[in-house]
Write a protein that binds this ligand. Structure first.
Ligand code: NAI
Length: 324
């Protein structure tokens, strides 16, 4: 596939909601032809309109991806009301239907007869591994997870998670393609609950929840620890590199950091209590009350736009810094 996915091959997007639309824009940004399919034909038209308006807006704002103009990218994206037609000539399929295991199973069964020996079929699934719904397929060895992070157009990480039967070449080709369109893939060696991102995310949420419940900090101050503390650093270097850089002097490194801080870190983490059950309504209502002081319900949409604008600006800054 690396030779046939050269910018002229077809990408099929199955499900044209938020994530399907994002993938369409990402692949078109990389110069690939994209066909979008949805169970609701009117949703396909809606998705094409949204994609058109977003790409035009991104061009005006200077955050359009790739080297083609918005008009050229729009020209690469078409819609179809037929699954079969959408899959014809596709060498890469990105499934984006809702996160329901039975629905994913049904959709993968529908795709299975059209899977060719060069095709890769990826699910955008946030939590469900392919082993949970693709095990009975004739072509299960060509399926895997490619989990994006919202909003995928501005947050480049994609988690590639092979099933137990996925061919290594399928995993490798997916990674090559995603890199070619400017995403930043990571490859897990096997399925684990939550993949990597949500394992890390939940460990953070759990400790935030426990600290709040313990009355240690307000909800606002907990968020501030991330936004003004760990977050800015993690936008550029990860926790393992942080350990390496935090070692003293020029002659010591990550191993030295571990020797120096292992006991302290262990003393802290030994005080962690078991993970909370987040469905703890009184605590959730308390946190909501505080969060709503800054972001009342009617301002959530506005705040999402604000978030995406800032993420777009950060993506532009990182690109600019990389180019220097
Ligand atoms: P969505 O609800 O916005 O869109 C789903 C689309 O699939 C709808 O347009 C629906 O009409 C269509 N659909 C339903 N049944 C179908 C079928 N049988 N065949 C074809 N199309 C069908 O969902 P969203 O948010 O785009 O999520 C899609 C996938 O991406 C889910 O697995 C989700 O977990 C994952 N994901 C979502 C993220 C998010 O923040 N929304 C982030 C990362 C992954």
């Amino acid at each position: 596939m690396s030779s046939d996915l050269t910018g002229k091959e077809q990408i099929a997007i199955i499900g044209s909601g938020l994530i399907g639309q994002s993938w369409a824009m990402i692949f078109a940004g990389g110069g690939y032809r994209v066909t979008i399919y949805d169970i609701l034909p009117e949703q396909v038209s809606k998705a094409l309109e949204t994609v058109k308006s977003n790409l035009t807006k991104y061009e005006t704002q200077g955050c359009l991806r790739g080297s083609l103009s918005a008009q050229q990218q729009i020209g690469l994206i078409s819609g179809s009301s037929s699954l079969e037609q959408c899959l014809q000539a596709a060498s890469y399929v990105q499934e984006c239907v809702p996160e329901l295991v039975d629905l994913k199973r049904k959709v993968f069964q529908q795709i299975d007869p059209f899977i060719t020996e060069h095709m890769v079929v990826a699910t955008s699934s946030s939590c469900i591994g392919v082993s949970q719904f693709a095990g009975d397929l004739k072509n299960r060895h060509r399926t895997l997870v490619a989990h994006p992070v919202n909003p995928p157009y501005f947050i480049p990480l994609v988690e590639i998670v092979p099933g137990p039967w996925t061919l290594p070449e399928v995993t490798a080709k997916t990674r090559t393609l995603l890199e070619a369109v400017g995403q930043s893939p990571v490859t897990l060696s096997r399925e684990v609950p939550g993949f990597a991102l949500n394992r890390i995310q939940y460990s953070i949420i759990n400790e935030c929840w426990n600290m709040y419940k313990d009355g240690l900090l307000s909800a606002k101050d907990i968020d501030k620890v991330m936004v003004d503390g760990l977050g800015p650093r993690y936008a550029f270097i990860g926790p393992l590199e942080t350990m390496h850089l935090n070692a003293d002097g020029n002659t010591v490194n990550l191993v030295d950091y571990c020797q120096r801080y292992a006991q302290g870190a262990y003393n802290v983490t030994s005080t962690f209590i078991p993970p909370p059950i987040l469905y703890d309504v009184p605590t959730a209502e308390d946190i909501l009350k505080e969060v709503q002081e800054t972001i009342p319900l009617e301002k959530i949409t506005e705040r999402r736009v604000w978030r995406d604008e800032r993420l777009a600006a950060l993506a532009a800054l990182k690109k600019q810094l990389k180019e220097k």
